[in-house]
Design a protein around this ligand. Structure first.
Ligand SMILES: Nc1ncnc2c1ncn2[C@@H]1O[C@H](COP(=O)(O)OP(=O)(O)OP(=O)(O)O)[C@@H](O)[C@H]1O
Ligand SMILES: [Mg+2]
Length: 307
């Protein structure tokens, strides 16, 4: 178990009879952006809580920053920062009061707080008055502050649980620029998201379903794994025309047809000719690269194929 920022082997977490995490194994390299994806209730937050030393696993082995929780949780907590799914900021306190509180929990001496805060605010691009109340901040700014607070003790590994939920598209882009710059400094980022454009920026992605990891690879490799054959797209000339859809369903040689807005994605049998199909359907079909959304639909719908 050497050289990884996070290593998990056969992790199991039960709540009574319910198995929330079922025999999960993976490893995260230092400096990697590791995307932890999966439907609601898949077991992502539960896994993160174990890795942050907040929840005792039922079974399995973990190492975080090379440390084994059996040797004590305190050293692990010093190495990790955690931005929980529900922001842990106090709305009725000011920015500086929130920071001072987080710093005191981390036992950072008051004399060192100011320098650390200046450094952090520079890093996360936060330039508001420290006196402003958190409840008066916008969602995007609150999120930056929550990130700064989770990094107050300069951890090596950051666990970010849906950090961009509920913030604007522009704030999400800015936040991911920040995540990339933090990773480029050698910090390991372990992040959950439901957004595919964010998943695309991860070095590696793990996809969880019902407590199990059903796919684990880089975005590019997941695409080739899920789609060894070419993928095509055809757009409905009139989205309200149900007969057109019906005709498409009945075309011979089309496989794995999936709706995407007013378009359909599919694969073809070798014998089927794309030009003839386009003519028949009165719409030009074209080859496309699969998106991560295509990949996840494929993995989620093919329960026995992966792992
Ligand atoms: N303390 C608990 N006691 C009982 N069941 C729990 C507990 N914590 C989580 N669960 C259950 O474990 C499962 C996994 O929950 P978890 O919060 O890890 O999912 P998640 O992947 O983070 O989902 P989401 O995307 O909604 O955040 C869910 O069915 C949840 O209800
Ligand atoms: Mg969760």
């Amino acid at each position: 178990m050497n050289g990884y920022a996070v290593e998990v082997k056969n992790l199991v977490v039960r709540f009574g009879d319910f198995i929330a995490v079922n025999n999960v194994s993976f490893a995260v390299k230092p400096g990697e952006i590791f995307g932890f994806l999966g439907a609601n209730g898949a077991g992502k937050t539960t896994t993160i809580r174990v890795l942050c030393g907040l929840l005792k696993p039922t079974d399995g082995e973990i190492k975080v920053a090379g440390l084994n929780p059996h040797d004590g949780l305190k050293p692990i907590k010093e190495k990790v920062g955690y931005m929980s799914q529900r922001f842990t900021l106090y709305n009725d306190l000011s920015v500086e009061e929130n920071i001072a509180f987080a710093a005191s929990l981390r036992k950072i001496p008051p004399s060192k707080i100011k320098d650390r805060v200046d450094e952090l605010f520079k890093e996360v691009g936060f330039d508001l008055s420290p006196r402003v109340l958190v409840q008066d901040l916008s969602g995007g700014i609150k999120q930056r502050l929550a990130l700064a607070v989770s990094m107050i003790h300069d951890p090596d590994i950051l666990f970010l649980d849906e950090p961009t939920a509920g913030v604007s598209p522009a704030a999400r882009v800015a936040f991911w620029n920040l995540i990339r710059s933090i990773a480029a400094k050698g910090k390991t980022i372990f992040v959950t998201t439901h957004y595919m454009d964010e998943a695309e920026q991860c070095g590696k992605i793990s996809l969880m379903r019902n407590g199990e990891i059903i796919a684990l690879n880089s975005p590019q490799e997941l695409k080739s794994q899920a789609f060894p054959d070419p993928l095509y797209e055809i757009e409905s000339p009139d989205a309200a025309d149900r007969n057109w859809n019906k005709k498409l369903f009945n075309q011979k040689g089309i496989k794995n047809l999936e709706p995407h807005g007013s378009s359909w994605h599919f694969e073809l049998d070798l014998k089927t000719n794309l030009t003839e199909l386009s003519k028949e359907m009165n719409s030009q079909a074209r080859q496309i690269s699969p998106s991560l959304e295509d990949v996840f639909i494929r993995f989620i719908e093919a329960p026995h194929e992966t792992k």
